[in-house]
Design a protein around this ligand. Structure first.
Ligand SMILES: Nc1ncnc2c1ncn2[C@@H]1O[C@H](COP(=O)(O)OP(=O)(O)OP(=O)(O)O)[C@@H](O)[C@H]1O
Length: 280
């Protein structure tokens, strides 16, 4: 969906296709990005890049604006201003529809269809060519480890299994960017580990450096649980609509002289408070 209220400005100049060795734009490029909801500015002047083929964690406390930022990136959020480019095009561009997968916090699948039927349906809606549909559906089911439940009615699956059907839907068509809003919330430790392993498999590029069998997908994954940070290659740390810092977990720990991302986060909060003008 194209957001009519925003006025995208020009992004970075590099628009070459993702050929081996050619310069590529970041998966997401944001500058002076602001979002207003109701009377409140809930995203305030963000600037960051998300490199392609990485697993990037969007971390911050509940209510800090993670879902709003994700909605802006996938083009479903109103009142977005500033620059927000996704895979080299303004967020929400029609051409991005099949290139970006998005899973919200509420699984959006039909309870009266089986997992496989849901996937068949969404594959058709997404325009996956008929002759490729069955193979893509099977691959997506296998990716999320649901092959053995493929013919169960979705209403009869557990909450975690239903979330994985939603994730499988987002994997159809092999999107270049996957935006996942708290995908591991409420899952048991084994499933969480398996999902993180899947995320890293998806992000790994094929042997020729392109999005081949290893896909080279970029993943943006939100969580309010700081202990998921070390599973990410890159982090965006948010608080109260602002970006506290971004970089690798190791770089953030080193920069703040702390031993964990939770401590780094607290250090950055104190640092921000010390530099904020009073009454903000
Ligand atoms: N329709 C609205 N009008 C005004 N403010 C809103 C509206 N919807 C959400 N907000 C506010 O926007 C802020 C960001 O919400 P958002 O859902 O993006 O946070 P979040 O970090 O994803 O939280 P959570 O982890 O709990 O999902 C919150 O403070 C919320 O209260």
């Amino acid at each position: 969906m194209v957001n009519k209220s925003r006025t995208p400005t020009k992004g970075p100049e590099t628009t070459a296709p993702p050929d081996r060795g050619a310069p590529v734009t970041p998966a997401v490029h944001a500058a002076a990005l602001t979002v207003v909801r109701g009377a409140r500015t809930v995203i305030d002047d963000l600037a960051f890049d998300i490199p392609r083929g990485t697993v990037t964690g969007l971390l911050g406390p509940s209510g800090c604006g993670k879902s709003t930022l994700m909605r802006a990136i996938v083009g479903t959020q109103a009142k977005v201003t500033g620059t927000l480019d996704v895979l080299g095009s303004p967020a929400g561009s029609r051409t991005l529809r099949s290139r970006v997968g998005y899973v919200t916090q509420d699984p959006s699948v039909y309870g009266d269809l089986t997992a496989r039927q849901n996937l068949d349906y969404y594959a058709a809606v997404l325009g996956v060519p008929r002759q490729e549909r069955a193979a893509q559906v099977e691959r997506a089911l296998a990716d999320v480890d649901l092959t053995s439940h493929a013919d169960s009615l979705t209403d009869n699956l557990s909450g975690g299994q239903r979330s994985r059907v939603s994730l499988a839907v987002a994997l159809l068509g092999s999107p270049e960017l996957l935006v996942l809003d708290e995908p591991t919330v409420g899952l048991d430790p084994v499933l969480r580990r398996d999902l993180w392993n899947l995320f890293h498999r998806l992000a790994t590029a094929g042997g020729d450096g392109t999005r081949g069998s290893g896909r080279g997908t970029t993943l943006l994954i939100s969580s309010h649980v700081m202990d998921e940070a070390d599973r990410c290659q890159n982090l965006l740390l948010m608080r109260e609509g602002r970006l506290l810092a971004d970089g690798s977990p190791e770089a953030l720990r080193t920069r703040t002289g702390t031993g964990s991302i939770e401590e780094a986060f607290l250090h950055l909060v104190d640092e921000a408070r010390a530099t904020d003008p009073p009454n903000t």
